[in-house]
Design a protein around this ligand. Structure first.
Ligand code: ZN
Ligand code: ZN
Length: 223
């Protein structure tokens, strides 16, 4: 953990988070789901959940979805799964992995957090399990449960779809949006380490490979 204090201000005291007992406008949901499904490659329940999560999360922070200027520069999204939901959040919000405004914290959870780095407010939304069953009850004639879920998740109230809480996300200064951490040469192999991903081992600054954290194994040609 960084010892430098986070530049994000403490969030103002927040009351209990009561979610709306209604859904956002259907036209907005459908437009974003359509755009997301086109990028993602198929229309699935995860696309609808991701879109609904994006509209709700940004709305609780006081912003529209997709994000406009200038707020898109100071919002950071965290998605907790690398599958369908992540694509939907990227397309719906406009936040991007390639710009550091969307981060993957792969915990295998259908959850996402949206952080406003100016106000310090952050809200974490978790997809509830009950709606999977509720969807089948709403569309009893739909033989494909995925289709029933896609249809139902578009219109179910926010309060039924999600649990939400205000949280604090202590981002280190070099992890703030728009900040480029200095490049550090690896003391093992000399490669330049970018994006603050230095591994400190026994007082040496090492790249992931030299630190023994490679995600791949070398292939040696047969003798
Ligand atoms: Zn999908
Ligand atoms: Zn190295």
């Amino acid at each position: 953990m960084s010892t430098v204090p986070s530049p994000i201000p403490a969030p103002p005291a927040a009351g209990p988070l009561v979610l709306p007992d209604q859904a956002p406008p259907l036209a907005q949901v459908e437009q974003l789901v359509h755009a997301s499904a086109r990028i993602h490659g198929h229309l699935c329940p995860g696309q609808v959940i991701g879109v609904r999560m994006s509209i709700l999360g940004l709305g609780l922070l006081g912003f529209g979805c997709p994000l406009g200027m200038p707020e898109i520069k100071h919002i950071v999204g965290f998605v907790e799964i690398e599958r369908c939901l992540a694509d939907a959040v990227a397309v719906a919000t406009g936040l991007r992995f390639g710009r550091g405004s969307l981060r993957l914290v792969n915990q295998g959870l259908l959850a996402a957090t949206f952080l406003d780095t100016v106000s310090g407010r952050a809200v974490r939304l978790v997809s509830r399990e009950q709606p999977r069953q509720t969807a089948l009850e709403m569309y009893p004639n739909e033989s494909n449960p995925h289709t029933a879920q896609v249809l139902a998740y578009r219109v179910m109230p926010d309060a039924a779809l999600f649990d939400a809480q205000w949280v604090r996300v202590p981002l280190a200064p070099d992890q703030m949006p728009g900040v480029r951490p200095p490049k550090v040469p690896c003391m093992g192999c000399g490669v330049l380490i970018r994006s603050g991903q230095v591994h400190r081992v026994d007082g040496r600054d090492l790249c992931a490979l030299c630190a023994g954290k490679a995600y791949f194994l070398p292939v040696t040609p047969p003798q």
